[in-house]
Design a protein around this ligand. Structure first.
Ligand code: FA5
Length: 350
C-alpha cells in the first residue's frame, strides 16, 4: 500500500510540474496520455492495481487516486484554456488593423471637361422637356446640306470646309462626308417623327479648318430643335437666355446679333460677355469683349418642305451650341487646344 501511495504522490507532483511547462495543445495531449491514457497511463495503472489490494487499502488508495486524477484533470483543463487564450491573443495582435492610419489613395477617373459641359448643356434642355436625339458622324450630302436649304453650288456650303469621303457614295451617287454640324440630326428626326417635337442632339462635328485658340477641326455641338404651332422668335430668345443664365449664372450677359444660316430665317448668333477679360478685350474674344457661342433662328419653310411638313401649319426654332466655346467661358480656359492635348495636369483640374 505504501508503495502505491508513494507512487500516487510522485505522480501528482511530477504531473502538476510538467503541466506548468507545457506551451502547446499537442504537448498537453501527450501529457494527458502519459498519465491518464486508457492503457498505459501512469495513473491508470495505479487504478488498475486497486483490485489486488485489501478492501481497506483499496478505499484509501482509491480515494487518493481519484483526488490525484481530479487535480491533474483540473490542471490540464486550466492549462488548455491558458494556451488557447494565448493563441487567440497572438493572432489578434497579428491581424489587428490600425483604423487611424491613412489609407492608400485610389486614383479616381473623371469625365473629360468637355463631356461634363456637354452633359450639363443637354440636361438644361432635357429638364425642360426636350428629348435626346442622335445621328451618325458620317452623313449624306442631302442631310448635311441640301435638305437644310443649301442647294448644290450654294455659296454657304463653302463656309463649312467639308471633309468628303470620296470613295463612299450615297444613293444618289454623291460622296458621303463627315458632318460639319449637328443640324442634319434635325432632318433625320423630322423625317421620322411628326410635330410637335422638342429635341436636343449632342455630337462631334468636323471641319477642314486651321486650328487656333478658338477653332478646332473636330469639335462638339449641341443641336436644339422645337417644332410646334405658333413658335416665335420670343420663344427662342427666352429659351436661350434661360440656358445662358443656367450655365453662367444670372448675371451672365448675352447679346443677339442678326446672322445668316440657310436653314433658318431670320438667323441670329448669340454672344456671351467674355468671362476671361470681363469684357475689356483679350486674345480669346479678339479684343471685342464678346464671344460667339451659338447660331440659331426660326426654321426656314424650305426645310419643312424638304422633310414633308406643311410650313403653313407649323413653325419652329433651331440652335447649334459650340460645346468647346461654352467650356472655355465656363472654366476660363483661353486656348481650346488644351482640351484636346490630354495633358493630365490640365484635365485633373476639372
Ligand atoms: C452652325 O454650325 C449651325 N449649324 C448652327 C445653327 C443651328 C444655326 C441651328 C441655326 C440653327 P456655326 O458654324 O456658326 O453654325 O457653328 C455653331 C457654333 O459652333 C459656333 O457658334 C461656335 O461656338 C462653334 N464652332 C464653330 N466652328 C468651330 C470650330 N472650328 N471650332 C470650335 N467651335 C466651333
Amino acid at each position: 500500500m505504501s508503495s502505491l501511495t508513494d507512487d500516487l504522490q510522485t505522480i501528482q507532483s511530477q504531473s502538476l510540474q510538467e503541466v506548468e511547462r507545457i506551451i502547446s495543445l499537442e504537448e498537453l495531449e501527450t501529457l494527458r496520455l502519459k498519465f491518464l491514457g486508457r492503457k498505459d497511463g501512469l495513473l491508470t495503472k495505479v487504478l488498475q492495481a486497486l483490485p489486488t489490494l485489501s478492501p481497506a487499502e483499496r478505499k484509501d488508495v482509491g480515494r487518493q487516486a481519484n483526488e490525484v486524477k481530479k487535480a491533474l484533470e483540473t490542471a490540464l483543463e486550466n492549462r488548455r484554456q491558458a494556451i488557447e487564450d494565448a493563441q487567440i491573443a497572438q493572432s489578434l495582435a497579428k491581424e489587428s488593423i490600425d483604423l487611424t492610419l491613412p489609407g492608400t489613395p485610389v486614383l479616381r477617373g473623371k469625365l473629360h471637361p468637355l463631356t461634363q459641359v456637354l452633359e450639363e448643356i443637354v440636361s438644361v434642355f432635357t429638364r425642360l422637356g426636350f428629348n435626346l436625339a442622335e445621328g451618325p458622324e458620317v452623313e449624306t450630302d442631302d442631310n448635311n446640306f441640301t435638305a437644310l436649304n443649301h442647294p448644290p453650288d450654294h455659296p454657304a456650303r463653302d463656309a463649312h470646309d467639308t471633309f468628303y469621303l470620296k470613295d463612299l457614295k450615297d444613293e444618289s451617287g454623291l460622296p458621303l462626308l463627315l458632318r460639319t454640324h449637328t443640324s442634319p440630326v434635325q432632318i433625320r428626326y423630322m423625317r421620322t417623327h411628326q410635330p410637335p417635337l422638342y429635341i436636343v442632339a449632342p455630337g462631334r462635328v468636323f471641319r477642314h479648318e486651321a486650328v487656333d485658340a478658338t477653332h478646332s477641326f473636330v469639335f462638339h455641338q449641341v443641336e436644339g430643335l422645337a417644332v410646334d404651332k405658333d413658335i416665335s422668335m420670343a420663344d427662342l430668345k427666352g429659351m436661350l437666355t434661360l440656358f445662358a443664365q443656367h450655365l453662367f449664372g444670372p448675371g451672365a450677359e448675352i447679346r443677339f446679333r442678326p446672322s445668316y444660316f440657310p436653314f433658318v430665317e431670320p438667323g441670329i448668333e448669340v454672344d456671351i460677355s467674355c468671362t476671361l477679360c470681363g469684357g475689356k478685350g483679350c486674345r480669346v474674344c479678339k479684343q471685342s469683349g464678346w464671344l460667339e457661342m451659338l447660331g440659331a433662328g426660326l426654321v426656314n419653310p424650305n426645310v419643312f418642305r424638304a422633310v414633308g411638313y406643311d410650313p403653313r401649319k407649323v413653325t419652329g426654332y433651331a440652335f447649334g451650341i459650340g460645346v468647346e466655346r461654352v467650356a472655355m467661358f465656363k472654366y476660363g480656359v483661353d486656348d481650346m487646344r488644351l482640351f484636346f492635348d490630354n495633358d493630365i495636369r490640365f484635365l485633373q483640374q476639372f
